[in-house]
Ligand binder design. Structure first.
Ligand code: UDX
Length: 442
């Protein structure tokens, strides 16, 4: 085997490249962003993802990994090419396939100049039909070669969660191969069989269409599960004696439901759920299907973060001129990613009410500054952020915030009052010391 290449170095692509190199596969990692490439060549990962920095440094040091903007070099040095470019939202919510088109055209023209069989694997999340009706014709027209005989094409969705991307790449719970033809599926199946060895996970081989759709179904189901429990949380808030945590625990014991993705909170964000649900709904709309369940899950999520603002008002009255600390602007712990983070929606809601906001996050301060600029104050620690504050809203469940005690809040705040948007505190310990409200608790 010549090696592998990965085209598009976001968190999925870069993690994949680093993991392939770690397993001794000669890997060419390609991106068009020169600034990003400069950083990567110096061994710096442009975002926070546990373990990735060390793996990148090691891969580069032992020359298992090369970082380049040269697609031709990538094609020449690899027989399997993973496409992991971004698929952001258009303003109307539909999927933007510009990067997929550019990568397909680019790869196609290099295939034209490179002899031998190549396998192209679409790992970006793309709407059903994209691989067969867009990628394949582009590859064929630009390479002058034919899919199935001269090169192979598969869809191979990833299910990585940020913060766990390395572990997820090394130990996926399943591998889905959507093959345009059997030879391509066989080639990708053997690649993964040798990559995972004894720990080869379950494998599902199917059509590209099914693979593309099931990736969206996966995200939509998980997001719906969270919105479901968040709806129940809102009901619990209206019934004294009810607690959504206990309800979630009870239903999670039913094996048909399962315990995961039942943590009520301020809603889901990140780089995948919001964009993928929008793309799926928009895709379905064009086919005449409304997907009402998934649309409702999205709608519930739009309002969920603002419940924290209402809770703050309930605790301390009008927010005008009040000092509110917001703990957490990353969309979840163990990442510095603030894309579509609930904390940001909370902050904008507070600012609209006239509050003065102080923000703290263990990893996402730089990203927060880029979005919020001078609109808020930035603290250097959680304790500093609550000093003299009138209310504190916990928007992300960072470990560091769990360690704060009711006394920490009571001692430092002007009006000791806490809105626990992620259920990290024991209400019994807090209610006697501070004004306290929590998602899913009356
Ligand atoms: C998700 C999918 O898990 C992954 O398979 C897909 O490839 C990309 O999207 P990620 O965005 O990294 O991964 O985050 P995830 O851990 O799934 O959480 C998504 C959001 O849901 C976060 O904002 C999180 O806080 C929220 N969430 C999750 C809850 O509010 N409650 C839960 O019980 C679980």
């Amino acid at each position: 085997m010549r090696g592998a290449s990965v085209v598009g170095l976001g968190y999925v692509g870069l993690t994949m490249a680093a993991c392939l190199a770690d397993r001794g596969i000669k890997t060419t990692a390609v991106d068009i962003d020169k600034e990003k490439l400069d950083m990567l060549r110096r061994g710096i990962v442009p975002f926070y993802e546990p373990h990735l920095q060390e793996m990148l440094a090691k891969g580069l040091a032992v020359k298992a990994m090369v970082v380049t903007d040269n697609l031709e070099e990538a094609t020449r040095n690899s027989d399997v090419m993973f496409v992991t470019v971004g698929t952001p939202s258009n303003p109307d919510g539909s999927i933007n396939l510009d990067q997929v088109k550019a990568a397909s055209t680019g790869i196609g023209s290099t295939l034209k100049k490179t002899p031998g069989y190549h396998l192209v694997v679409i790992r970006s999340t793309v709407t059903p039909g994209t691989t067969e009706h867009l990628v394949k014709p582009l590859l064929e027209s630009t390479s002058g070669k034919s899919c199935g005989s001269d090169f192979g094409l598969c869809v191979n969705p990833e299910f990585l969660a940020e913060g766990l991307a390395v572990h997820g790449t090394m130990n996926p719970d399943r591998i889905i191969i959507g093959e345009c033809d059997k030879d391509a599926g066989d080639a990708l199946g053997s690649f993964y069989a040798s990559f995972h060895g004894q720990r080869m996970p379950s494998l599902l081989r199917t059509t590209p269409m099914n693979s593309e759709l099931l990736k969206y179904a996966n995200n939509a189901f998980l997001a719906t599960k969270v919105s479901f429990i968040n709806s129940l949380a809102s009901l619990c808030e209206q019934i004294p004696g009810a607690d959504v945590e206990v309800v979630a625990k009870g239903i999670g014991l039913d094996p048909r439901i399962g315990p995961l993705f039942l943590r009520a909170g301020l809603g889901w964000g990140g780089s995948c759920f919001p964009k993928d649900l929008r793309a799926l709904v928009e895709f379905a709309r064009a086919k005449g299907e409304g997907l009402p369940v998934i649309r409702s899950a999205y709608d519930v999520n739009e309002f969920q973060p603002l419940r924290a603002v209402r809770m703050a008002e309930h605790l301390i009255g009008s927010l005008r001129g009040k000092r509110v600390a917001v703990l957490g602007v990353s969309f979840k712990p163990e990442t510095d990613d603030t894309r579509e983070a609930s904390g940001l929606v909370v902050i904008h809601g507070l600012l609209r009410e006239g509050a003065e906001v102080t923000v703290y996050d263990p990893k996402a301060m730089q990203n927060a500054r880029a979005v919020l600029g001078e609109k808020v104050r930035y603290a250097r620690s959680a304790l500093e952020s609550i000093e003299g504050a009138d209310c504190c809203i916990v928007a992300t469940e960072w470990e560091e915030f769990r360690k704060l005690t009711a006394e920490d809040y009571a001692k430092r705040m002007r009006i000791p009052s806490v809105v626990d948007g992620r259920r990290i505190y024991d209400p019994n310990l807090f209610k006697s010391k501070v004004r306290f409200a929590a998602i899913g608790l009356a």
